[in-house]
Every structure is written in C-alpha cells, then in structure tokens.
Design a protein. Sequence first.
Length: 232
Amino acid sequence: MEITQMEREELLGLFADLRVADVRDGMDWCMLHFKGSLAPEIRPLWRTRAVGIARTARYLPYSGPLPRMTPDEYTEWVGWYYNNVCTYPWVEEIQPGDFVVIDQSDANVGLCGSNNTLECVRRGARGLVSNGGVRDTDEVILQKIPFWSRYCSQSMVQARLQYDARNVPVQVGGVTVYPGDVVVADGDGVIVVPRSQAREVARYAHRELRNDKAQRRSMYEAMGMDLDESVK
C-alpha cells in the first residue's frame, strides 16, 4: 500500500467528522451514485463510528483434507493450521489509522475474535470490516472494538478458511476495495471512497453536513432542546 504519511494524515483529517450519510451524499455529488456503499447486511456489532485507510486481506474456503484425529492429535493439528494454512501476516503490518477490510469469501466463520481484534487496535487499527463473521462478540463489544460484519459466528477457522493474499483489491459487500481507499463506518453501515476522488467527495460531504447541522440546530433552538455535538 503506497501512501505517504502526509497523504494518510490529510485523508484522515478530511473525513474525521463525516458521517456515512454525508459521505454517501458527497459520492452522489461526484456522480458515484452506485459506488462505495457496502451491502446493508454488513452491520456494526455495536453503535459506533470509525474512519480509516483501507488495509486489505483475503481468505478463501479451505481446500485441503480434514483427517480423522483424536482430540490430542487435533490440538497439534490446530497449531499447524494456524502457522501454515490460516495465517494473519497483515496484522503485523497495521499502521495507525488503518481500517482493516477482510474478504472472507462470505463464509460464516469467526476469523477474528476478542483476541486478534484487540491486537489490531493495539497496533493502531481504527476499525475492521468483513464479509464473513466475527466471534467472541460479547467480548469484542466489551472491549469497544469497532467491527462491521455479515455474521456473528461461532466457529474457528480450522478446515473452513485459508489465507490467500494481503494488500490487494478485495470484494466486500459488493464493493471492490483497494488498499489506500478511505473507509467510513457508523450505524448506517460502511462506505468506501476511492482514494483518487476522496478530496472532492469530502468537499461536498462537508457542505451537506454543514447544511444538515444548521437546519437541525434551528429546530433544536425552536423546540428548546439542549444543543448536542451533532448540531454544534
């Protein structure tokens, strides 16, 4: 992912206070009406918001055999599987401000859970999104990990997923996501802005946000409501 620190900080700053709805409007103003919005079934585990720079990873359905094993043999096999088949090399490459975008081939599998999501955030990830599943969801929510997914899953990855590639274009929620794109996510879902058009999209998204705040603030004041952060 070739993006300078200066550009990274610029893009993160441009989208820092924009909602998904604002970005969707900005995309429309740039004639990108049917681009960027991930499928609506990809939802947040909990109501939160995150903005980051796309770091991508792709996993495929496991194509190897599942030998018959005793539980002790299976324990050894699981270690081999994590070290050789379903690896996570992208975790060590996370930079502050990244938004991890994972193509799990739409599999209902808990590739991420309470442990590795916390490691991602510790390394600087702003959020994660997957067209597959996440597990340990009670703990993920307790730890306030911003995660958007298609499924809440129960299973581990063994005999289900295998690592394929990282830092490549991926297909998630009907959208092709390139490393370096801008990802914005909140309760309305996830939207991806092409890096090459991000500045123009942000310009019009901010205009719509300002208009919305002004209009709603006038109604707050007319109704005697206390002003909150959404209208200030």
